[in-house]
Write a protein that binds this ligand. Structure first.
Ligand SMILES: [Zn+2]
Ligand SMILES: [Zn+2]
Length: 194
């Protein structure tokens, strides 16, 4: 689909910009993945642990109402510091499929154009609204109630990774995938998760 284009941006966790409408992206995913759930499926999702998450103290809680568009691990040094760990884990969702259900997260990290949201009490990093991508939110999958579900499909910034760190990602990138790679990656991820 030529309507989708990506360009790298600098940040602590998401290093790309998708310039398209949510509709255009869902159109790509939708070729392999029906986007209209049944009533039964919606009921199952209500009790599905991989659709809810919270911070360490539980004062901020959130939910998602769709499958992720992509799951990622990022080895950049910014993510290492933000997570106090070897890499960050995240899942990309359309913004209208994500909702904070309890509490009021606050901006943290670099306080730059990409907005990293944290719990004001326990300081857990919960989600990111990347620069110029209001249609999307990147949720920190370690905060999900069933983090097991979110095996990273791609890993980024392996140039900066700790030498002993490893993930099960299917695709690895020195920095970030080239813009033209993204439509195929999103499509492959959607097929894998059918
Ligand atoms: Zn990163
Ligand atoms: Zn908290």
């Amino acid at each position: 689909m030529s309507t989708v284009s990506w360009k790298p941006i600098s940040c602590g966790c998401v290093h790309f910009q998708l310039s398209t409408s949510t509709g255009a992206l869902l159109k790509i995913i939708g070729t392999k993945n029906p986007v209209v759930p049944s009533a039964k499926e919606l009921m199952m999702r209500d009790s599905n642990p991989h659709t809810t998450g919270k911070c360490r103290c539980g004062q901020v809680q959130f939910e998602v109402t769709s499958e992720p568009l992509m799951t990622m691990a990022c080895h950049c040094t910014g993510c290492q510091r933000m997570t106090a760990s070897a890499f960050s884990l995240s899942a990309l969702y359309p913004s209208n499929e994500f909702k904070v259900t309890l509490g009021e997260p606050v901006i943290g990290g670099l306080h730059g154009a990409s907005r990293h949201y944290f719990c004001a009490h326990c300081m857990s990093w919960l989600f990111t609204r990347p620069e110029g991508m209001d249609e999307f939110v990147n949720v920190r999958t370690t905060m999900m109630d069933d983090a097991q579900f979110f095996s990273p499909f791609i890993e980024t910034y392996t140039d900066e990774k700790l030498s002993w760190a490893a993930t099960p990602a299917v695709h690895s990138f020195n920095k970030f995938p080239l813009p033209e790679n993204f439509p195929a990656l999103l499509s492959e991820f959607a097929q894998q998760n059918q």
